[in-house]
Write a protein that binds this ligand. Structure first.
Ligand SMILES: [Zn+2]
Length: 316
């Protein structure tokens, strides 16, 4: 019997080493933005850069528990996030709000399955999860983000969907979560840490990079940005890029980009100019230097062109 010990020990060491290997070697250091709010921030690149760590996750730490906002883009990044949270507090993780059900914000859910936290998303996330896109995206990421997204990666659906808004107090901290409707995605949540005047915006704001528009509703998105610009907060943590203190400043790139693409494409649709021609004729100079421009811009413009075409057909 005793002769088996060394073997068992070796096996254990092996398993530990293997699971350690499976964590991506990214820099992930929580940044404190207020008494209770923290975030970790991914690189400014596109979805497959930096082991998939290209988005943000924020969390609220109180004496009675922790609330997490987004879990990052792979289960392994979710595990790194959980460890980062644990470096600050051992309090139970009570709730996980997912700003929107896009891959880069929720594939990390899997790493939190042992915490007993409740996962909550916007009512609009149902539309995304019921369609084909969620599964197609997972298949695509199993290739483009292999081995970090693989055959054992699953989409963990919310335990509960939120409509309108909800407020609660945890460890003396008042938290308000608002469903801003379909803007960047089919359903977007934002979270206010009211005591601290901090807002987690999710992908309503992309700081320092060109946003990914996907299935967004650009007109509604611009409305939400205009409200956010007026928000009386001391800090905003965006879905991508660094946090900032000035709401007007941090929304400006996303807002000016969305307005510009809409304006350029609206002109083209009104004048019956084909997309390719309109795209070539547009001067993209103000945005071309930003990260993700090459990967996202043409597709973004095309998406907006099609949606404006639909709008104009409805008007006739
Ligand atoms: Zn995102």
């Amino acid at each position: 019997m005793s002769r088996l010990w060394p073997l068992a020990l070796l096996l254990l060491i092996d398993i530990a080493a293997a699971s350690e290997d499976r964590l991506p070697p990214v820099e992930m250091k929580p940044v404190q933005v207020s008494s209770h709010a923290y975030y970790v921030s991914g690189a400014t690149g596109v979805a497959t850069d930096n082991y998939g760590f290209v988005s943000n996750s924020a969390f609220v730490v109180t004496t009675e528990g922790i609330v997490v906002f987004d879990t990052l883009g792979t289960p392994a990044l979710g595990a790194r996030l959980l460890a980062a949270i644990r470096s600050i507090s051992d309090a139970p993780i009570r709730r996980i709000y997912i700003s929107h059900y896009h891959a880069d914000h929720m594939y990390g859910n899997q790493a939190f399955s042992g915490t007993g936290a409740e996962i909550i998303a916007s009512d609009g996330a149902k539309t995304y999860l019921e369609g084909d896109v969620a599964q197609l995206r997972l298949q695509e990421r199993r290739v483009s983000l292999s081995p970090w997204v693989n055959e054992s990666t699953r989409i963990i659906e919310p335990d509960r969907y939120l409509q309108n808004e909800e407020r609660f107090t945890l460890g003396g901290v008042d938290i308000r979560v608002v469903d801003v409707g379909s803007a960047h995605s089919e359903g977007d949540l934002v979270l206010f840490v009211e005591n601290d005047g901090v807002l987690f915006s999710g992908d309503i704001i992309f700081a320092e990079r060109i946003p990914f528009l996907g299935t967004s509703s650009s007109a509604e998105w611009l409305d939400v940005l205009e409200q956010m610009e007026q928000a009386e907060v001391s800090a905003i943590v965006p879905g991508h890029g660094p946090a900032a203190g000035n709401p007007g400043e941090i929304v400006s790139l996303t807002k000016s980009y969305l307005s510009f693409v809409r304006e350029s494409m609206r002109q083209a649709v009104e004048d019956w100019v084909p997309f390719d021609e309109a795209y070539e004729a547009t001067d993209w100079g103000d945005f071309i230097e930003y990260p993700a421009f090459l990967e996202a811009n043409r597709r973004n413009a095309y998406g907006i062109y099609l949606s404006l075409e639909q709008e104009s057909l409805k008007d006739q």
